[in-house]
Ligand binder design. Structure first.
Ligand SMILES: [Fe+2]
Ligand SMILES: [Fe+2]
Length: 295
């Protein structure tokens, strides 16, 4: 039996002792750890547990389950655990079906080009990499809440919307001071660069368009300057989720905003977004926040 930090738990670890809080048994000894259970332990602010496996053993995910077939998926799993600050993913992912959908659907369909591009983004700009994984979780859950069909192309578009950043100098991406006009213009190019990269790899139009148009705004303040009304609903969804994710994740130059503050800031900029969709997004986040188990 070993003591293991909850953040080090891996799928397949087995609890060696009951977890009891306020006389309530949360998990019994012998429980096999899943991603959902790790997030639950985090939400209960439990830092350490006793497990029957070695703390240095690495679970072989692929032998136990087919959910995580490659290194990007492994990253995704680690990402969900390590970034569950303020119960972020406990709020967004409610039950096993949610986890199954996100992990199976997003990753079993992932092709080699997507994996290679995400790997490139990961090594170039870790913040953008985390952000695109986060955008995937939020947008897919919201689309399901709206009863929309989520296709593999939708997932690719969400994951690759910022891929053009691999052509932006890293010194600009990580700069924690005010950007010069030239630097800002350079960052803005990530939309066109993304479209160029995805087109040259023959991704479908919707995937290329999600990269090219996710910074368009209905009030004309975004880029490129086009009429936002004509854009596909998936791009309008991405516009909102993109900003919400960026606001509510830590950045090198500021701490993350809470979900409440993120929604408030979005609301102050509502003219930039499809207002019906924005209201539905606010409803979706609030609905999920109300449902998260409170202690
Ligand atoms: Fe972007
Ligand atoms: Fe983004």
């Amino acid at each position: 039996m070993y003591t293991k930090p909850v953040n080090w738990l891996t799928i397949g670890d087995i609890l060696a002792e009951d977890i009891i809080i306020d006389h309530e048994v949360i998990f019994t000894a012998g429980t096999v750890i899943t991603l959902k259970k790790i997030l639950k332990l985090q939400s209960l602010e439990i830092a350490y547990v006793k497990v029957s496996s070695s703390p240095f053993a690495t679970a072989n995910y692929q032998k136990q389950t087919n959910i995580f077939p490659d290194s990007i998926a492994q990253d995704f799993y680690n990402f969900l655990i390590k970034n569950n600050k303020n119960q972020r993913y406990s709020i967004l992912l409610k039950d096993n079906e949610d986890f199954q959908f996100i992990t199976n659907y997003a990753f079993l369909n992932m092709n080699e080009s997507v994996v290679n591009l995400l790997s490139a983004l990961r090594s170039w700009d870790i913040y953008s990499y985390k952000h695109v994984l986060d955008v995937l979780v939020i947008a897919v859950q919201w689309m399901r809440y709206l009863d929309m069909t989520v296709s593999a192309d939708d997932c690719y578009g969400l994951l690759l919307h910022d891929i053009g950043k691999i052509k932006v100098p890293r010194s600009i991406l990580i700069k924690n001071q005010r950007l010069t006009t030239e630097e800002y213009e350079c960052i803005k190019m990530h939309t066109e660069n993304g479209e160029y990269i995805l087109k040259s790899l023959s991704f479908p139009n919707i995937v290329c368009d999600m990269a090219k148009f996710h910074h368009v705004r209905f009030d004309g303040t975004g880029y490129p300057k086009i009429n936002a009304d004509v854009l596909d609903i998936r791009i309008k969804i991405l516009m909102i989720v993109d900003v919400f994710s960026a606001l509510t994740l830590d950045r090198p130059y500021r701490k993350a905003y809470s979900f409440e503050d993120g929604l408030y800031i979005l609301k102050t900029e509502e003219d930039g977004f499809d207002q019906d969709l924005l209201q539905q997004f606010i409803n979706f986040i609030k609905y999920n926040m109300e449902k998260v188990p409170q202690r």
